[in-house]
Unconditional design. Structure first.
Length: 101
């Protein structure tokens, strides 16, 4: 997904990245330590992208995940921290002996 903001910042956020950092309770849990590591999401796509008011979007992914509401603020955060967040995700996968495939 390519997204541009009023301050001139532009980000390219891969679908897999968006999926594994979904703000949904299914991924984040309901509190610290309840996060669920997302595995096998390399080929995931966004099938539908719906607006949520004027503050967010809600994608439906090809793996049927459709409960994350991505605010513009959260998307900006993901763009700004993409390199660090991606490295953290890959490290978690490695420690879990899991795969992106």
């Amino acid at each position: 997904m390519e997204i541009a903001f009023a301050d001139g910042k532009k980000f390219r956020l891969p679908y897999e990245f968006l999926r594994v950092y979904s703000p949904s309770a299914e991924v984040r849990g309901h509190g610290p330590g309840q996060e669920v590591l997302q595995k096998g999401k390399r080929e995931v796509e966004i099938r539908v992208l719906e607006p949520v008011g004027s503050y967010a979007v809600q994608p439906t992914f090809s793996d049927s995940h459709a409960t994350g509401i991505y605010s513009w603020q959260y998307l900006y955060h993901l763009g700004e921290k993409q390199d660090r967040l991606w490295a953290e995700y890959l490290e978690k996968l490695s420690k879990a002996g899991a795969s992106r495939d």
